[in-house]
Design a protein around this ligand. Structure first.
Ligand SMILES: [Zn+2]
Length: 685
């Protein structure tokens, strides 16, 4: 499936490690925390100075009490919430798997059987490699560029990261319809930079990667000498793909990833892919355009199809099939896969217990069906009602705020206000549930089920191409602890999973809710007006609605954020990449700013409520915001995130935001010159 241009709240992991750490939880060393009803002030460190280090002041107690569990690369306040959701889903799935009372063919039966097959390690061991042997045989039978191309497509449908991504995308110029998108891919390491950088850390990671490749090939039956040579060949081929790939800043720039082509012109530019045949095989109408995100990458890949020996391609595809299916295979593959992606890349000492991995895998495979049951049990209508109201107030606050901006012309302000008014909020769960009727799940065959689920998702995505946009579709499942803005639909989406402490306190005071979920809602709204979202209009079309002067003013303000975040060092040789994280940092600043204003509007002229736990309402709002970013990271994982992810680490999301806000300085009486009062204040919204 193609990479989507939408912006999420929390870090999404690089594809290669996503399966291991996407929706993890703590082991027994960190039992599920009790559900809070209000801001936990014991999580603060009142010995620290709010104006010197607000992250420490707001979270010091929490950070002390929450060491990283051994099966986690990071432990943050949002992970506590994921842990709770995981427990809830676990209860649901254990019941479905054991009683099997739901009718055959129902979602409930499929969920139970999928989870049950994943838990059945004895059956998985007994089957060995046999579930993927037919696929390995097909790879072995590749005899020319034509059969090579066909096999690449087949493996993509099964979920392997083979050479590139192909899927659906809202037409950037006519957001009412769906076209095709071709996006770079095919790497086993998280990002192109892992192949191209020459510092000692990068060199060492590549050496460990080659050793991992060799061991995986050996486990699959290659003799040692051949596995060694093949591992080097895979690295060499992936390095050629990496060198032709766009970097992680450019790939997030809508202008640099928009190259719509007709089928005929794409075919002419890259004939070795035989796109006409591809469209026919995938049942895509021939008249549909394809947005080629990175034309240079596809040119290079087109050449490599003929210039690289077929034997290298076979080895490469074999590896990508193995790594894509490793988690569904016998323990020796699971362990080797974890040793590299979990331990080496993310620093996690221990793999998660089986049940956690199986709950996550079931959510990945059939998350909308699982989510339907989850919201019945765990998302009360009262939560939805309060969330609806918060969203309304936040949108109103941004509308007001826009009118006060001094750097924006009246014409652009008017267009911006129209865009705010057109935002569609989606809260909790979809209005229409996904139909899994065509997905076949068989008891006792985990690998086959996982491949079937991947193929189902590929078919579902490809079937959208050439059709009108489905306004009911969601990009995240209901139990997910996250949120996103999709510029092509101009929509903000909040899954049910996030409406819990420390983001949302159903019985808590307004100040702590505006500081947390309010800032999250503001964050997603602001994405419509960040460096990327601002390039889309109220209807979700990629058009420039800014005057040249306003665009210049915006860029100057964004440059302030870039400079600020470039100054946050994680290690002596590693700082946040301001260009990479600017969109998220802008959304954090805009989000908390409008949440603060929305809180003031919600008072409707009434005096502020009296302090609680010794904190004024404003102070509670800011501490509540700090708490959503509380997290301990393993150094390896911090390095991975800083190098590849557009989200800054939580610590910098907290202090980077408040140190630009005079509202914060007032709340804590911080003086000019204090660390949390930036002399060069960045301000956009
Ligand atoms: Zn975001």
């Amino acid at each position: 499936m193609a990479t989507k241009p939408f912006r999420s709240l929390l870090a999404w992991m690089p594809a290669a490690v996503a399966g291991l750490i996407a929706l993890g939880a703590s082991p027994d060393t960190a039992p599920t925390a009790p559900r809070l009803t209000t801001l936990d002030v014991a999580g603060m460190d009142t010995g620290a100075q709010a104006c010197t280090d607000f992250y420490r002041y707001g979270n010091g107690g929490w950070l002390e009490k929450n060491p990283i569990p051994s099966d986690r690369p990071r432990w943050g306040s949002s992970d506590e919430l994921r842990q709770r959701n995981l427990d809830d889903l676990h209860r649901i799935l254990e019941k479905l798997a054991s009683d099997r009372s739901a009718p055959a063919g129902s979602d409930e039966r499929k969920l139970g059987d999928f989870y049950g097959a994943c838990m059945d390690e004895a059956a998985i061991e007994a089957k060995g490699l046999s579930p993927i042997e037919p696929e390995l045989a097909r790879i072995e039978a590749i005899k020319d560029p034509v059969t090579l191309r066909a096999e690449i497509v087949r493996l993509q449908d099964l979920g392997a990261n083979a050479l590139f991504n192909f899927g659906s995308e809202e037409d950037r110029k006519d957001s009412s319809r769906v076209i095709a998108a071709a996006v770079q891919g095919g790497l086993g390491l998280p990002d192109r930079d892992y192949y191209t950088k020459t510092d000692s850390k990068s060199v060492e990671t590549r050496q460990k990667y080659v050793a991992h490749l060799r061991r995986m090939l050996e486990l699959a039956g290659s003799p040692a000498a051949k596995a060694s040579a093949d591992a080097q060949a895979i690295l060499a081929l992936e390095t050629k793909l990496a060198e032709a790939s766009q970097n992680n800043v450019d790939i997030r720039d809508p202008d640099k990833t928009h190259h719509p082509m007709t089928l005929a012109s794409f075919s002419k530019a890259t004939p070795n892919f035989a796109w006409e045949t591809y469209f026919q095989e995938q049942r895509i109408p021939g008249g549909v355009e394809v947005n080629v995100w990175e034309p240079d990458f596809f040119q290079a890949a087109n050449r490599l199809i003929r210039s690289e020996p077929l034997s290298t391609w076979k080895t490469y595809l074999r590896w990508h099939l193995l790594t894509a299916t490793a988690a569904t295979l016998p323990k020796r593959f699971v362990d080797e896969n974890f040793a590299f992606y979990g331990k080496t890349l993310a620093g996690t000492p221990e793999i998660q217990p089986r049940w956690k991995r199986c709950v996550t895998a079931t959510d990945n495979a059939m998350g909308m069906a699982l989510g339907r049951i989850y919201v019945q049990d765990y998302f009360p209508p009262a939560a939805k009602k309060r969330a609806d109201e918060l969203v309304k107030n936040l949108l109103a606050a941004l509308s007001d705020d826009l009118q006060t901006l001094t750097w924006m012309s009246e014409a652009t302000k008017k267009a911006a206000a129209a865009k705010v008014a057109a935002i569609t909020p989606k809260i909790g769960y979809p209005d229409r549930w996904r139909d899994y009727a065509s997905l076949e799940i068989v008891p006792g065959s985990y690998a086959a089920n996982a491949l079937a689920a991947n193929e189902f998702e590929a078919r579902r995505d490809l079937a959208k191409i050439g059709k009108p946009v489905d306004r009911y579709d969601w990009g995240m499942t209901p139990p997910t602890v996250n949120a996103y803005y999709n510029p092509a639909k101009n929509e903000i989406v909040f899954p049910a999973g996030i409406f819990q402490p420390p983001f949302f306190y159903a019985e808590g005071d307004d100040a702590i809710n505006y500081g947390a979920i309010g800032a999250v809602i503001g964050h997603e709204i602001t994405h419509g007006f960040d460096n990327s979202g601002r390039k889309f209009d109220a209807k979700g079309n990629q058009v420039d609605w800014w005057t040249a002067e306003d665009a210049k003013n915006f860029d100057e303000r964004a440059a302030c954020i870039i400079k600020q975040f470039n100054g946050y060092y994680v290690e002596a040789d590693l700082h946040e990449n301001g260009e990479l994280v600017q969109g998220e940092a802008i959304a954090d600043l805009g989000g908390l700013t409008i949440a603060y204003r929305a809180y003031k509007i919600s008072l409707k002229g009434k005096p502020e409520p009296p302090p609680i736990d010794g904190l004024t309402a404003d102070q509670r709002l800011f501490v509540s915001n700090a708490r959503i970013w509380a997290a301990n990271h393993r150094p390896e994982f911090a390095r991975l995130i800083v190098q590849t992810n557009e989200h800054p680490l939580g610590q910098y999301r907290s202090v980077g935001t408040v140190s630009n806000m005079p509202e914060f300085a007032r709340a804590f009486a911080c003086q000019p010159g204090a660390a949390m009062v930036r002399a060069e204040r960045c301000q956009i919204w």
